[in-house]
Design a protein around this ligand. Structure first.
Ligand SMILES: [Zn+2]
Length: 291
């Protein structure tokens, strides 16, 4: 066992999309109980996990992405940071291992304002660490999470995340650029996919004739929600709408045969979606050696 330790290789992976370079950057993981998922019997969830050779309750991968284009250096989502749970917060170390520091980024594209995507924008004291980046997010997420009357408990799915949303909205209040779909940077379009949160969105990158869709939290547990798109979660603010938009984006990327990735797609994180019965199947792209 000479030279062997338990230390893993740094959690990043690069892939070229046309002229752009996309780097998946791992922030850690999140363990969740089956009970937060809804829409099929729990025994069927166990069976789908066994089919995927995954033991026990779902372990969610938590990823962010770097997009380097001719004009911009962009971070898509930022992981959970040190303000959430111990199993996340590896973003900065993995960014450094990939050759980036927070000051490199001119733009952050958030898929939505949940702590496993936005709390990593802040240091341990809640301070902004992406000091020169504009923070792009759908206007409906800013509107929703800024609504102080939500503290009345009317939206139970939102209640646990009000404090973390407040922190990021406060830390970056001068840097937010609310948008409502459309082009957000050269070659990059925001795709609104509301339901999981009111402004939940994906982003489509087009460069040199190639396309990548980053679909945000379209799936939390790909082993279950790709074959059964009707499976929603306790995290969804509007579960019915989340299901509709999951089905819609699956249909779109399957029909167009587009490459996809997302915050909770397992590393190296790039895949295609194909139809399979009433559901879909995720075909992971193999690791690519750049020559
Ligand atoms: Zn998430």
């Amino acid at each position: 066992m000479a030279g062997t330790t338990d230390a893993q290789a740094p959690g990043f992976y690069r892939r070229r999309i046309g002229e752009a370079v996309v780097t998946t950057v791992n922030d850690g993981f999140l363990d969740i109980p089956f009970e937060i998922l809804r829409g099929v019997e729990i025994c069927e969830m166990h069976s789908l996990m066994r089919d995927a050779f995954r033991d026990g309750a779902p372990r969610l991968t938590v990823n962010a992405f770097v997009i380097e284009t001719e004009t911009n250096t962009i971070l898509v989502d930022a992981g959970g940071g040190s303000t959430t749970v111990y199993s996340m917060g590896r973003l900065i170390d993995n960014l450094r291992a990939a050759g980036f520091s927070p000051a490199d980024f001119d733009t952050v594209l958030l898929t939505h304002i949940h702590p496993d995507h936005s709390s990593g924008l802040m240091g341990p004291g809640g301070e902004a660490i992406f000091s020169r980046a504009e923070i792009v997010v759908h206007a409906d997420d800013i509107g929703f999470w800024s609504d102080k009357s939500l503290r009345d408990g009317r939206s139970p799915a939102a209640t646990p995340y009000l404090a973390s949303a407040d922190m990021v909205l406060e830390a970056y209040r001068e840097q937010f650029r609310p948008v409502s779909g459309g082009v957000v940077a050269p070659g990059i379009t925001q795709l609104p996919l509301p339901g999981h949160t009111p402004g939940h969105s994906g982003y489509r990158l087009e460069s040199g004739g190639e396309t990548l869709v980053i679909w945000g939290d379209t799936v939390h547990v790909p082993e279950i929600q790709v074959p059964r798109p009707q499976v929603t979660s306790e995290y969804d603010i509007d579960a019915r709408l989340a299901h509709e938009n999951r089905q819609r984006i699956f249909d779109y990327v399957a029909t167009e045969r587009l490459l996809v990735t997302g915050g909770h797609v397992h590393l190296p994180g790039f895949a295609h979606v194909v139809r399979n019965g009433n559901g879909f199947h995720l075909v992971a792209e193999p690791w690519q050696v750049v020559v």
